[in-house]
Design a protein around this ligand. Sequence first.
Ligand code: SF4
Length: 611
Amino acid sequence: MIDTEKLEMILPTVGKPARYTGGELGEVVKPIDGASVRFAFCFPDVYEVGMSHLGTSILYHLLNGMPGVCAERCFAPWPDMEAALRRAELPLYTLETKTALCGFDIVGFSLGYEMCLTNMLAMLDLGRIPMFAKDRTDADPIVIAGGGCVYNPEPMADFIDLFVVGEGEEVLGELLALYKSRKQANAGRGDFLARAAQIEGIYVPSLYVVAYNQDGTVKSIDAKNGAPFPVRKRIIRDFDAAFFPEEPIVPYLGVIHDRVTVEVMRGCTRGCRFCQAGFIYRPVRERSADTLIRQAKACIQKTGHEEVSLCSLSTGDYSQVARLVCVLSDEFKGTGVSLAVPSLRIDSYEGEYAQKLKEVRNTGLTFAPEAGTQRLRDIINKNLTENEIIEAVREAFEAGTNGVKLYFMMGLPGETMDDVLGIAGLAARIRDVYYRVPKEKRSGGFKLTVSVSCFVPKAHTPFQWARQDDMTVFEDKQRRLKDALRRVSGVKFNWHDARLSMLEAVFARGDRRLSAVLVKAYESGCRFDSWKELFDFDKWLRAFEETGIDPAFYASRERGRDETMPWDMIDTGVSKAYLWKEYERSQAQSTTPDCRKGCTGCGLREAGLCV
Ligand code: SF4
């Protein structure tokens, strides 16, 4: 345990001290000294973000339910707390028992976003764990990582001892059992890592040697000491029976998603070509409506939250969505509990439950057409027509919704300026739809939020070979769209920082050499890079310059079909040949149907992952 007297002295000096105290309703505190495996869950962002992360909540409660396992939480300290910890010479600690990170057996990071990596380094350093895996001894924790970023683990390869590829619920039990047995046998970390590499879904980067060509591309990736190649992801097969915490922690602070979240399904069958989640989390597996209703009711009863969110990549595609929405809205009617259905596709938004949503205090609707023209929607395989968009929005307006949010992307492969300005054209037509709805049915004034992000090509998608637009091109497109949207009254325009998207693109498809850039950026003070107020692009540019690494090599270079990708050791079950075929189909503006209507041969079936 750290010096809690010192901690009590510094907490009143930092902002939002409740971020660092623990003690919430639902927290699990087990006797750490007697535990056979002490596990620290590290979330490389602030408490309010981490406490909204469903994956962390699931694994925290799952692990604490295992005999002999003690799992605790740690979030990235905000810069004022980091400075205070350093001044007081206190290590970073877990909320439950105030134990320093270096005092754990396993320290596990959830890596969901590329721009959290400098926070991960800060947490290791503050937790008194050597930053580089090669510098750790048997006295140090095993550092592991899971989450969406591990599908290209290479930029983190020098810092992480092992990656969990796929669904943690499926792998962690086996991994912890191995750890326990090796600990009892007094085996060293090398022995443990070599054995762990034999568990399906575990990637131990130190067991793989990467060689490069003269032009900087990857020449080869070779597995050592019998480590598998490739490493196949693990999935839960019976999702209805999968563990779900019905007594989640109730955060002290207003967190990002201050509500109960139930997970209706995993995976998505739509095949949008830009969407990494759509490919890495395949195949679709659903929970039954009865299970979800039970879980939602139990969580509301245990926590006192006032909102239930039905979460998945595309909740409108859930086979029992209408029943689920109707039963839950009736259940919570008059109780002050509202229902949120994020990730709703426009074409799945139907009147039947649109009205139900309104009844349970739903405040607005969010859709993601992604592109402003049909041509570009076909290129990205959005499989959505303008007519469907207009009809769905009209229905929403007629159901009394006035606040609609639309999400788009800019810089998609094959995009022209007509496609960019097409977003403004669509916004104008949506405004016209609103004013054609009879006055008595409308509520409030017309409000449309258009949010446009910058396209980031991701590993394991058909666009993994594509280049990203240069920052100046993004900025020009943003300016032109802003001008065009000014002419559509009632529209609010949000856009992403192109500089941040460029960095995201570098790390999303980067290799091991980027660890040098990460360390430099960390040393120069980069933290919370996705937070506008803390993002310092100049520091990043200096980090690239000082390490002699050109970010454009990673972000704005189109790859050749046969190029070895840095992440080729990771096997999602979707074949590279299928992804390439989809890339070619995108260039031909040819769409691929939803595979629920018929298997399109992505490779998962052959891999035994889809039945
Ligand atoms: S194997 Fe077929 S049905 Fe299964 S996810 Fe792939 S395309 Fe869809």
